[in-house]
Design a protein around this ligand. Structure first.
Ligand code: SAM
Ligand code: DTB
Ligand code: SF4
Length: 330
């Protein structure tokens, strides 16, 4: 299976618009050729700094300017994070992702503390991921040296729709951060959100941007908008399962070797719907009672789903020299 970076918009459009069952079948075939289709990576999220963010991302409960129920919480201590990471590991997660409601990373004491967190979580054998906003190549390198495995920075939507969603920074700022992450040698995690009022063309455009990067992001989260009261997008319509499936399947076909993550939105999905997402090529989830600030299915529900579907959690660092034991999730 050849991995391509020269997809044209019309090719992406043709895949995206296939009859849904053909699309799922094709994505499932690609998935099975390159991945163990019964293996799903279990990641856990932790918000290490919550709320009070100066940005205006229209979907986000953590933007200071919207009146949501999220309480501001300053940067957690290294110990608190270490405890949460150990619990997540005990629950079978092999990747631990720390998120901060920052516009960008600053070279200050807080960043020094994040570096310590990364070091600590890496030392217990988990893949460590961070999502801290924009960052420079030097900052990315510092994180890598501390043991960071991946950095998440989502495109969120298409370049064309972007200004309807965020005005406090540009699409090019995002692409620039992703380039800094890539240049530092970190694994890149980047995807988007559907349900923001975008058109099919916008979704196709975002997938095209991801799939024509010089190297595909190793991990591509597909989020369904979590509609949070107080945000400008609180009254958006709920994302239909068919839309999620179309996104996941198209991402799987365009970026065959990447992990496609069924991210936000599982709380409102049945096990049957999630099973279709795995069939369509999703190979990763966020597990644990919370995403960053919003609810997620609880761990027992997910355990039952893994048992029912015969899924097994993927070992940390798979595909790297440093193979670790698979988590004891099931
Ligand atoms: N502040 C940093 C940033 O924006 O890059 C990192 C944290 S931010 C919360 C990480 C990602 O969470 C966003 O890029 C967005 O894709 C996702 N996200 C935030 N709120 C969401 C929501 N209500 N529904 C779905 N995804 C959401
Ligand atoms: C991603 O693509 N989705 C995650 C993670 N990367 C950082 C975040 C989802 C956040 C959903 C809203 C919340 O819980 O605050
Ligand atoms: Fe801030 Fe990130 Fe939320 Fe945007 S998505 S408001 S940058 S925390």
């Amino acid at each position: 299976m050849e991995s391509r970076n020269n997809w044209t918009k019309s090719e992406v459009e043709a895949i995206y618009n296939m009859p849904i069952l053909d699309l799922i079948y094709k994505a499932a075939s690609v998935h099975r050729e390159l991945h163990d289709a019964n293996e799903v990576q279990v990641c856990t999220l932790l918000s290490i700094k919550t709320g009070g963010c100066p940005e205006d991302c229209a979907y986000c409960p953590q933007a200071a300017r919207y009146n949501t129920d999220v309480d501001h919480q300053s940067l957690l201590s290294v110990d608190e994070v270490f405890t949460k990471a150990s619990i997540a590991k005990g629950n079978g997660a092999t990747r631990f992702c720390m998120g901060a409601a920052w516009r960008n990373v600053k070279d200050n004491k807080q960043f020094d503390r994040v570096i310590e967190m990364v070091h600590g979580v890496n030392s217990i054998g988990m893949e460590v991921c961070c999502t801290l906003g924009m960052l420079t190549e030097e900052q990315a390198q510092r994180l890598k040296e501390a043991g960071l495995y991946a950095y998440n920075h989502n495109l969120d939507t298409s370049a064309e729709h972007y200004n309807e969603i965020i005005t406090t920074r540009t699409y090019d700022d995002r692409l620039n951060t992703l380039e800094n992450v890539r240049n530092s040698g970190l694994s890149v995690c980047s995807g988007g959100i559907i349900g923001l009022g975008e058109t099919d063309e916008d979704r196709i455009s975002m997938l095209h941007t991801l799939a024509t990067m010089p190297r595909h992001p190793e991990s591509v989260p597909v989020n369904a908008l979590v509609r949070v009261k107080g945000t400008p997008l609180e009254n958006q319509e709920r994302v239909a399962i068919w839309e999620m499936l179309r996104m996941i399947a198209t991402a799987r076909i365009l970026m065959p070797t990447s992990q496609v993550r069924l991210s936000a939105g599982r709380e409102e999905m049945s096990v049957t719907e999630q099973a279709f997402c795995f069939l369509a090529g999703a190979s990763s989830i966020f597990a644990g009672e919370k995403l960053l600030t919003t609810p997620n299915p609880d761990i027992d529900q997910d355990r039952m789903m893994f048992q029912l579907l015969g899924l097994k959690p993927r070992a940390a660092f798979k595909g790297q020299e440093q193979e670790m034991e698979a988590g004891k999730f099931v």
